[in-house]
Design a protein around this ligand. Structure first.
Ligand code: ZN
Length: 268
C-alpha cells in the first residue's frame, strides 16, 4: 500500500517536471512573437486556471500605483464571441508581479463557474481596461471542462508551475462531516520554510492539504467546494476533523484564516 502510494507520487512529480519542461520550451518559442510594442505599457500574466478560478497579475506602467481593472474573457470552442467571466481588481499580493516589476500588489483572481457557460474547451484571456481602451495581458490560458487538469500558462521569469486535479470528472462522494480548516504556506512561520511536504512533494495551491494521516493517509483525496485536495502533509495540531490547506502565498493563507466547511470524499 505504502509503496504503491509512493510510486504514484514519483509518477506525479515526473509528469509535472515534463510539463514544466515543455512549457519552458513554449515560452522560448513564443517570446519573440509576443513582444508587441503597442502593449508595452501594460504588463501582466495569466498564471493559473482550474475548475473554480483563474489567477494572474496585471499593472500599467503609466500608473504603477493604481490597481488595474481586469476583465476576464472566455472563448468557447474556437468561438470569437467571448463570455465575460467577470471584472476584478488587480490589488492582491502576487510574487510573480514582484519578480517581474518589483511591486507585489497587482495580483487578481476571478471565480469561474464553468457550469454556467456552454462549450467544452475554453481559451481564457485577461484585458486591462486603460484610458485608451482594453489591452490584453499576454498569454491566454486554456481550460477543458471535460478534462481533469487545469492548464498552466508560461509565467514571467519561469517560477513554479502548479496543476489541479479539480474538475468536472471528479465526483463528490459522501460527506465526511464539518471540519475546522486553517491555511498555511511554505514560509518560515507557517511550515519552517521546508519547501516540501511530509510526502516529499512540492506543495501546490488548490492541491496540497494537511490532514490527520492516521485517519486520512497520505494520498487521500478530499473535496472542499469544487476543489479536490490530496493529503500530502501532516501537522501536530491537525488532528481529527481538522485540515490545514496549502496556499501559494502567506497573504492568501492569512486571508483564508479559519473556516468551518463540509468535507467530502472523492469518487474517481
Ligand atoms: Zn506562511
Amino acid at each position: 500500500m505504502e509503496s504503491y502510494i509512493f510510486e504514484g507520487l514519483i509518477y506525479e512529480i515526473a509528469c509535472n517536471a515534463e510539463k514544466i519542461l515543455s512549457l519552458t520550451a513554449a515560452v522560448m518559442a513564443c517570446s519573440v512573437c509576443l513582444s508587441v510594442p503597442a502593449f508595452a505599457a501594460v504588463g501582466g500574466d495569466l498564471i493559473y486556471i482550474d475548475g473554480s478560478q483563474v489567477k494572474g497579475w496585471a499593472w500599467d506602467s503609466d500608473a504603477p500605483d493604481t490597481p488595474q481593472q481586469v476583465k476576464i474573457y472566455g472563448y468557447a470552442d474556437g468561438s470569437d464571441q467571448p463570455y465575460h467571466f467577470g471584472t476584478v481588481t488587480a490589488d492582491m499580493y502576487s510574487d510573480r508581479a514582484e519578480a517581474a516589476v518589483g511591486s507585489a500588489n497587482h495580483g487578481f483572481a476571478c471565480a469561474l463557474e464553468w457550469d454556467r457557460y456552454k462549450g467544452k474547451s475554453f481559451r481564457v484571456e485577461a484585458v486591462v481596461v486603460t484610458s485608451d481602451g482594453e489591452r490584453r495581458v499576454d498569454d491566454a490560458l486554456y481550460y477543458d471542462k471535460t478534462g481533469d487538469e487545469g492548464e498552466v500558462g508560461p509565467g514571467v521569469g519561469g517560477g513554479s508551475a502548479s496543476t489541479s486535479t479539480a474538475g468536472s470528472s471528479a465526483k463528490r462522494g459522501e460527506s465526511l462531516g464539518i471540519f475546522v480548516t486553517t491555511a498555511y504556506c511554505n514560509c518560515d512561520n507557517c511550515s519552517g520554510g521546508h519547501g516540501k511536504t511530509y510526502a516529499g512533494t512540492i506543495p501546490q495551491a488548490n492541491h496540497t492539504i494537511s490532514a490527520d494521516i492516521d485517519i486520512y493517509p497520505i494520498g487521500t483525496k478530499l473535496m472542499i467546494g469544487d476543489t479536490v485536495y490530496t493529503v500530502e502533509d501532516k501537522g501536530s495540531s491537525v488532528i481529527g476533523n481538522k485540515l490545514d490547506i496549502y496556499f501559494g502565498t502567506h497573504e492568501e493563507a492569512m486571508a483564508y484564516g479559519r473556516k468551518e466547511v463540509e468535507v467530502f470524499s472523492v469518487i474517481e
